[in-house]
Design a protein around this ligand. Structure first.
Ligand SMILES: [Zn+2]
Length: 75
C-alpha cells in the first residue's frame, strides 16, 4: 500500500521490533511481521498481530515480568 504518513513510499513486507511498556513491565518483541515504508521507514502492523502482542503483554504483566525480550510468535 502507499504509506499514509509520507504519501510517497510504498510499504513492503519486513520485520520490526516492538517495545511495550506497562507500569513496571517492559517487553520487547523481535521479528514482528510488519509492513515497512521504503521511504520514511514507518512500520505498520496488522490488527491480528497488534491484538496478539497486546494479549501476550497482558499475560506478562499478570506474571509480574519486569523486562523480557522475545521473538514474536503468532498466538
Ligand atoms: Zn512513508
Amino acid at each position: 500500500m502507499i504509506c499514509p504518513i509520507c504519501r510517497h513510499g510504498e510499504t513492503v513486507n519486513g520485520e520490526a521490533s516492538v517495545t511495550l511498556e506497562r507500569g513496571s513491565t517492559t517487553l520487547v518483541f523481535k521479528a514482528v511481521p510488519a509492513q515497512i515504508c521504503n521511504n520514511c521507514g514507518e512500520e505498520y502492523f496488522s490488527d491480528e498481530i497488534t491484538q496478539s502482542i497486546l494479549k501476550q503483554a497482558e499475560s506478562a504483566v499478570a506474571q509480574g515480568v519486569q523486562i523480557d525480550v522475545r521473538q514474536y510468535k503468532a498466538a
